[in-house]
Write a new protein. Structure first.
Lengths: 426, 447
């Protein structure tokens, strides 16, 4: 079984899309991935392992996407992105990322951490000067982050193969991105080898889905994050032996990871959806911009995305050895939903909050990192602030922890734009 | 994570769907509700184990093995009932980890089976929960089987703030292993399900019309009573660790092994019943001839559905050296049935399957391929979606009526699973002895 990812390459005007056809605004091309990626690493003094306290670690990260299923790539307004869905029910022998890391303790014992993750891996595709560039999906977005210690994406970036194709050729399909290579890397305290036998085979172009005859009225406002402050702190410790700390080498470990959201002027939107016959004042009232309409039956939904969550800083101690690291966070999203006069907002990382040190991966896809619920009238102002709180315990394989902190997001609203749109088909 | 992409899409589509549906809440408010409640599930189940000398790890060869399985839940469950409550929890991931002296194993299990709780008042106050977790095992790693972990019980406390608190631990033994189950589960909340605005209602129709007169028709039938015993010989599987990096996660690199499935002491009687409506009386000889020619339709609920233990033996070698060997008893189901009302056929079909919920019936406490790996590509019709056929065979209808019959079940073929490749072979041979035949026709009322 091959691993299928839909690859969309777009032709919308980019600043330097010289030579590329401007006629194609969006496209999808089916892709099939073959091969595997094996990253072998060890703590290396020449790479600075002593400063990071990672000299005792060595391990492997293995990714075999051939058995995985699913994947879609969207192209919109000049940006292309490859998203490959991992099936969380697959055996790691079939697909997903798995890792085994060994640590030599001061007493001469070998401790092991064994873990597997099956995340959706997302990678941006770069379209420049008529060429589309593709690197190994997910490496730069923490898609390979597990609970074990290991190199960060920046450490192995130079060793990750990159392939290019002319954009027009890629859109025709029946080509391939050859990512086969064996390269060495050193950085972040680790050194090692990246062996890739990955090849992305492009199939036939896909046709886009249609839309139904049913229409809705949508009033949309652009949202812009203008300021972000606060911190969220993740305190954690290895679970008792009866809860499996021995298999994740987390016994006796204590640590914390602090997130500081970075201000990236993230842009998103908030929309009010309703039946076509409803007057505009109903939609504006639902968005907090008027008080003269009826909001029953009008649904408000909003989102903001960040490509970089912020900065992560961790400190961990185990057996009198301290591991510290700082990393940029991966992607994150803020989702908002209005119901009954109140707006609930949930903020969560899309990629795991992980760095080079061992640590948990709390399931933020089930419970957000931080959240709040406010009266809908709060967002009536041109600029409003969301104060999202993180206060809850969590359990993860081999770890117990507690989240604390507050994040403040200042969000500016744009001008509302109304349209009538067909509802999309699946 | 896919969760957030799905959440975003789900929220957006739900908004659109609600607008389009225009559901009027008031129209449903008058209906009384009897429905399960949604509860918030916090925590997880963690099973850890290690080879135990007191449990015979030396004989099996797993004294250096340790492992764990972590069952995480989807965050929401269902709770219903009065004095005795039952809850359904939905695992979102089941991750198995294993270590031995010079190897490691990691596996993820399919999460088709729910975890069910029965919460009953305890004799000395409080509650007890029986946990039924049919799909939890060590998977392809060395460790407990699903049957070892399928049932457990815990003390439960209840409070207004926490709800049902199932936090606690219980020791367990599983073949050559001993271990501990730790629950950090709590069931909180308990809002009525969204569907509770619907409810139960009954409809009844009364009619003052005169019932139609009863007709009678001839029903041709044949009832064949048989005794099945067996089986001789055995099913066999040879396997080896797959090449490349695929063998790494499940610690199968350099391994070779064999599985053998044998049935002992099976003895059951059963009846195959078939019939059809005819226009006139049919004698015994004629009905038997029609049965053998496939002109009668078999009763869907007749035949044989026998559950019995089978013995699974496994030997595993690493790099040519014996590493692990064990025998366990595992539940099996043997189904014998004729063609049903919708099917056409000239044979009685027999299927050997794993019973409902036992997803690792071909596993022992040694590492090895999953049952699903072994039977992949074996196109046998299963009794249900959750029962996994392992072998199949047929008895031609023309042979019915003979004093002695033989049913041979087999499922030869190759497989290439996650971490292991191999081949199936061998066969199970069952003997069937005729006890009696009743055949002919009767007049029966038809509506």
């Amino acid at each position: 079984m091959r691993w299928i990812a839909a690859l969309t390459a777009g032709m919308l005007a980019l600043a330097s899309a010289a030579g590329a056809s401007a006629a194609v605004r969006s496209a999808q091309v089916e892709a099939v991935v073959s091969g595997s990626l094996v990253i072998s690493f060890h703590g290396d003094p020449a790479a600075g392992c002593q400063a990071r306290r990672v000299c005792a670690y060595q391990g492997q990260i293995i990714w075999r996407p051939e058995q995985a299923m699913g994947g879609v790539l969207g192209f919109h307004q000049g940006q292309a992105e490859l998203i490959v869905f991992g099936d969380t029910q697959d055996s790691p022998a079939g697909s997903g990322v798995f890792t085994r890391v060994q640590r030599q303790t001061s007493s001469g014992r070998t401790a092991s951490c064994v873990d597997a993750v099956t995340n959706d891996v997302t990678t941006p595709l770069f379209v420049h000067a008529g060429e589309i560039s593709l690197q190994v999906p997910g490496v730069d977005t923490q898609g390979f982050a597990t609970r074990c210690a290991g190199p960060a994406p920046a450490d192995i970036a130079s060793a990750i193969p990159l392939a290019r194709l002319p954009l027009t050729e890629a859109l025709k399909g029946h080509r391939q991105f050859d990512l086969q290579a064996t390269r060495e890397f050193a950085g972040g305290g680790f050194a090692g080898t990246v062996r890739s036998t990955l090849v992305i085979h492009l199939g036939a172009p896909l046709s886009s889905g249609g839309s139904s005859a049913t229409k809705v009225r949508i009033v949309t406002e652009q949202l812009t994050e203008t300021a972000a402050s606060g911190t969220v702190n993740e305190q954690f410790a290895g679970s008792p032996a009866t809860q499996g700390c021995g298999l994740l080498d987390s016994c006796g470990l204590q640590g914390s990871l602090t997130l500081q959201p970075a201000q990236h002027s993230s842009i998103g939107m908030i929309e009010a959806l309703g039946a076509v016959h409803r007057p505009i004042r109903d939609f504006l009232t639902a968005l907090g911009l008027s008080t003269h309409g009826r909001t029953a039956g009008i649904y408000v939904y909003g989102e903001l995305y960040w490509t970089r969550l912020g900065n992560l800083a961790s400190v961990e101690q185990q057996n009198n050895v301290t591991c510290t690291d700082t990393q940029p966070g991966g992607q994150a999203a803020l989702l908002m939903l209005s119901s009954g006069g109140r707006l609930s907002a949930q903020y969560a990382p899309i990629n795991p909050l992980r760095d080079r040190c061992p640590g948990p991966t709390p399931p933020f896809d089930q419970t957000p990192l931080a959240a709040t619920t406010i009266p809908r009238r709060t967002i009536a102002a041109h600029t409003f602030t969301l104060t999202l709180r993180a206060t809850r315990p969590f359990t993860d394989d081999g770890y117990l922890g507690q989240l604390n902190g507050t994040i403040h997001l200042a969000i500016a609203r744009g001008n509302p734009i109304a349209r009538i749109a067909p509802t999309p088909q699946d | 994570m896919r969760g957030w992409a799905e959440t975003r899409t789900r929220w957006a589509l739900a908004a659109v769907a609600a607008v389009l549906m225009g559901v009027s809440v008031g129209a449903l408010a008058a209906v009384r509700t009897v429905a399960p409640r949604d509860v918030r599930v916090i925590g997880d189940l963690v099973y850890t184990w290690s080879g135990s000398a007191g449990s015979g790890c030396s004989a099996v060869g797993v004294c250096d093995v340790s492992g764990s399985v972590v069952v995480e839940f989807a965050g929401r469950g269902k709770l219903e009932g009065g004095a005795v409550k039952s809850a359904q929890l939905f695992p979102s991931s089941v991750t198995v980890r294993g270590l031995r002296e010079s190897g490691w194993c990691i596996d993820r299990l399919q999460t088709y089976s729910d975890v069910e709780l029965q919460i009953v008042p305890a004799r000395r106050g409080g509650y007890r929960a029986r946990i039924d977790a049919p799909g939890i095992s060590a998977g392809r790693c060395a460790g407990p089987l699903a049957a070892d972990l399928a049932h457990a019980s815990l003390r439960v406390s209840r409070s207004e703030t926490v709800g049902f608190d199932l936090r606690g631990s219980r020791p367990f033994t599983a073949g050559p292993y001993s271990g501990t189950m730790v629950s950090s589960l709590q069931l909180r909340g308990g809002n009525a399900s969204a569907g509770s605005r619907g409810g139960t209602f009954s409809t009844s129709t009364t009619s003052a019309s005169v019932p139609p007169p009863t007709r009678r028709a001839w029903l041709e039938y044949a009832n064949v009573r048989l005794r099945i015993t067996g089986a001789r010989s055995a099913l066999g599987v040879r396997f080896a660790g797959s090449g490349g990096p695929g063998c790494e996660p499940v610690d199968s690199c350099g391994t070779t092994g064999r599985l053998r499935l044998a049935v002992q002491g099976l003895s059951r009687t059963f009846t195959l019943s078939a019939q059809r409506t005819v226009r006139h009386a049919i004698g015994r000889a004629g009905a038997l001839a029609d049965l053998r020619a496939g002109r009668l339709q078999f009763d869907l609920f007749g035949g044989l559905d026998a559950r019995f233990p089978a013995r699974i033996s496994e030997t595993l070698a690493r790099d040519g050296q014996p590493s692990c060997q064990e025998r366990v008893l595992t539940p099996m189901a043997l189904l014998l049935a004729g063609a049903g009302f919708r099917d056409e056929g000239r044979a009685i079909s027999g299927t050997l399957s794993t019973p409902d919920g036992f997803t690792d019936a071909l596993r022992t406490h040694c590492p090895g391929p999953a049952s699903a790996d072994v039977v992949a590509g074996l196109n046998l019709p299963g009794p249900s979606d959750s029962e996994q056929p392992i072998a199949g065979g047929e008895i031609p209808l023309r042979d019915l009526g003979r004093r002695h019959l033989e049913l041979i079940l087999s499922g030869p073929g190759l497989f290439a699973g996650d971490g292991y490749d191999g081949a199936r072979g061998g066969a199970l041979s069952f003997s069937l002895s005729l006890i009696s035949i009743r055949a002919g026709s009767d007049q029966v009322p038809v509506g």
